[in-house]
Design a binder for this molecule. Structure first.
Ligand SMILES: [Zn+2]
Length: 237
């Protein structure tokens, strides 16, 4: 991206994208504007390298999203809680995906006792609590990148515990089989791993391929097929 006028470039890129989509399907945007019925709620990190719809190979309309620094799920955070409630109770998503990632700056900051400054230290408090609870295990990991990955995994586990205690999620699990998944995205490879947390555990080896049976995540404009053959296949509808 040209850094001298990044916003100007983004605006022109948007024009090109909108034109391309309209050319592909003249009804694309009018259908999008008619409403949304996403099947996935994505809770992830704000990191620019983790754009959920892009890395899932899905399309606008497929994923309802909340992202914050280091994908921290706090039960008293009204922002996260409002998104969860709207997605689960009103949109009735079928999957809640909490996704951490490698190379997370928030995770690295939480591994240190150095102050970041401003409101950020308060925000990172739950992650520092995770660090304190697993200090021995984390300190034993020599490689800094691996240590950051491990705390990111532990952070997802802590977040999943909060999600599984959420009243709206508990009701949706009981009433209609909502699935909650804990995952980790590897920025260095582009692949996402199912960490086996939540009630969707054991169903997916990873979100790219499955061993048992085929699974389809269907959006309004594309279909992502997870099959025994391994790699997911995206088909334009
Ligand atoms: Zn991050």
């Amino acid at each position: 991206m040209r850094t001298e006028d990044a916003f100007g470039y983004a605006l022109s890129s948007n024009q090109a994208w909108a034109g391309y989509k309209s050319h592909q399907n003249p009804d694309y945007f009018s259908k999008l504007a008619s409403g949304q019925s996403p099947t996935i709620l994505w809770l992830g990190c704000s990191d620019s390298r983790c754009p959920e719809t892009t890395i899932l190979g899905l399309q606008p309309g497929d994923v309802f999203v909340h992202r914050n620094i280091a994908n921290i799920i706090s039960p008293t955070d009204i922002n996260t809680s409002a998104v969860i409630e709207y997605a689960v109770v009103h949109l009735k998503v079928k999957h809640v995906v909490l996704c951490g990632h490698s190379c997370c700056g928030g995770a690295v900051a939480a591994l240190s006792d150095n102050r970041v400054g401003g409101i950020l230290d308060m925000w990172l408090t739950p992650l520092r609590a995770v660090r304190n609870a697993h200090r021995e295990e984390l300190d034993a990991i020599v490689d800094q990148k691996e240590r950051a990955i491990r705390i990111a995994e532990l952070n997802v586990e802590a977040g999943i515990n909060v999600l599984m205690a959420n009243a709206s999620i508990q009701e949706a699990i009981a009433e209609r089989g909502l699935q909650v998944h804990g995952t980790l995205f590897d920025i260095g490879t582009g692949h996402m791993r199912d960490l086996g947390f939540g009630n969707g555990k054991g169903r997916h080896q990873n979100l790219r391929g499955m061993n048992d049976s085929a699974s389809v995540v269907r959006g309004k404009h594309a279909m992502l097929v997870f099959g025994a053959g391994g790699a997911g296949e995206m088909l334009a509808l």
